[in-house]
Design a protein around this ligand. Structure first.
Ligand SMILES: *Cc1c(COP(=O)(O)O)cnc(C)c1O
Length: 459
């Protein structure tokens, strides 16, 4: 009998392994209580499978490690800066590279350069650090993503798309007060959902009509481009690298966390086309990050980023990366576990509202589910719901987002299919016993980005 389809496998083999520690239920009970039921406060030695984030957790290739040995740790004019600049020109196409220690460093700089107090910044759903830097520069973020993005069950192929009517409304209502449109590819908080090339083109045209710039959050642009290749009419058969270039060409600049798609453990950058903005950014860079040829990164880290960028746009790499995420998602879906659909690029997002309908949002069901998952199996996930959303900058009221999610984020090139099986089975067992999971009460609330350091107790 002919096979229905042939399997694919990862386009690499494993050269070095890092042992992980298995813990007992008693050990985990102690560890999560000490962490105030916040998975960010766990020690990594107490974690079995770490799906907290895909940020800085990727496995570097032998080429990246070899590149680390070519670190030129000169204070000024490091060779590695020029390698990174070459990679940015070649793969993204922007004219000026402003290196930063990680993505939020770039967000701080571009927000300070472009935003004036009272400005309005429309974007396709907020991201925690992006919005905070926009607010700290005196701006107000307005969400203009399509409604489907807020509906975990909607299977729209491009849930990261901008609603053009919503965007035009903001542009019309705030003449001279919109410094740029903030577009992310993919949209992290919506579940790693992509924006289409056609939609970004329409955003570009609309923004140009109002004389407004478009700044891209390119953190997961290769993953976004894979979805375009798979789903968008006319894009099949084009390379991920070509689509990445097209997306960048529609924007005036980007911020990048090199800890995500570019497969590095640390690093980031701002890249822009405008000479004057670049100059202002370089000036702020020496205040907040470092000289304009290192911006907070060691030379060896810039080299690892430069090589990682070239590996990140390889079609075989992206297929295996997203294929693994889809494998986990399909397993959970087949067992009836409520997840955000379609499965996104960097992780599977559990719909905690549907999972735990007996817990009101004021008792942080996603936070509770992440804690329960750790207790069950030592798998560490992250809350992406009311705790992450924080409070309104003006009124102090808690944001209560429609999406109350737990993110199982898959590091790139790190875990095997068996790790995905263990994770899926743990989630399924919890789903079977979901009535037993209780809500949480916050006992310590930090002022900024509270999700990182907040502490809780069971209700
Ligand atoms: C991680 C992330 C950032 C911030 O980057 P850091 O390197 O963590 O500072 C910005 N935007 C998105 C979409 C991200 O996922």
């Amino acid at each position: 009998m002919p096979l229905e389809r042939r399997s694919w496998a990862e386009p690499f083999k494993i050269k070095v392994v890092e042992p992980v520690r298995l813990t007992t239920r008693e050990q985990r009970e102690r560890a999560i209580a000490e962490a105030g039921y916040n998975t960010f406060l766990l020690r990594s030695r107490d974690v079995y499978i770490d799906l907290l984030t895909d940020s800085g957790t990727s496995a570097m290739s032998d080429r990246q490690w070899a590149g680390m040995m070519l670190g030129d740790e000169a204070y000024a004019g490091s060779e590695n800066f020029y390698s990174l600049e070459d990679a940015v020109h070649r793969y993204y196409g922007y004219r000026h590279l402003i290196p930063t220690h990680q993505g939020r460093g770039a967000e701080n700089i571009i927000s300070r350069v472009l935003i004036k107090p009272g400005d309005v910044v429309p974007g396709n759903m907020y991201f925690t650090t992006t919005r905070l830097h926009q607010e700290m520069a005196g701006g107000r973020f307005v969400d203009v993503i399509i409604d489907e993005a807020h509906d975990p069950a909607s299977e729209h192929p491009f849930k990261g798309n901008v609603d053009l009517d919503k965007l035009e409304h903001v542009l019309k209502a705030n003449p001279g007060r919109v410094p740029y449109v903030s577009v992310a590819a993919t949209v992290n908080m919506a579940g790693g959902q992509p924006i289409s090339l056609a939609n970004l083109q329409a955003v570009r045209e609309l923004a140009t009509r109002y004389g407004v710039r478009v700044i891209l959050d390119a953190t997961r642009i290769a993953e976004n481009s894979w979805f375009i290749q798979q789903r968008e009419a006319g894009q099949q058969g084009r390379s991920v690298a070509a689509i990445v270039r097209d997306l960048c060409a529609l924007t005036d600049g980007c911020t990048m966390s090199a800890k995500k798609d570019p497969l590095a453990n640390i690093g980031g950058f701002l890249a822009v086309n405008d000479d004057e903005i670049a100059q202002q950014a370089q000036n702020l860079l020496v205040v907040f990050e470092g000289l304009h040829t290192y911006g907070g990164m060691a030379g060896r880290d810039m080299q690892a980023v430069a090589i990682g960028i070239s590996e990140s746009v390889d079609d075989h790499h992206i297929r295996a990366r997203i294929g693994q995420v889809e494998y986990l998602g399909a397993k959970l879906r087949n067992w009836g576990v409520p997840i955000v659909l379609p499965v996104g690029g960097h992780g599977v997002f559990l719909d905690a509202r549907a999972f735990l309908p007996h817990i009101p949002q004021s008792q942080y069901p996603a936070q509770a589910l992440a804690a329960a998952l750790y207790l069950d199996s030592g798998v560490r996930a992250m809350e992406r719901g009311a705790v992450s959303a924080g409070r309104d900058a003006a009124t102090g009221e808690e944001h209560m987002p429609r999406l109350e999610l737990v993110r199982l984020t898959i590091p790139r090139r790190v875990y095997t299919q068996a790790h995905m099986d263990v994770t899926a089975e743990s989630v399924y067992c919890l789903y079977e016993e979901r009535d037993r999971i209780r809500g949480l009460r916050m006992t310590y609330e930090p002022k900024l980005l509270r999700f990182f350091q907040a502490r809780f107790e069971w209700v």
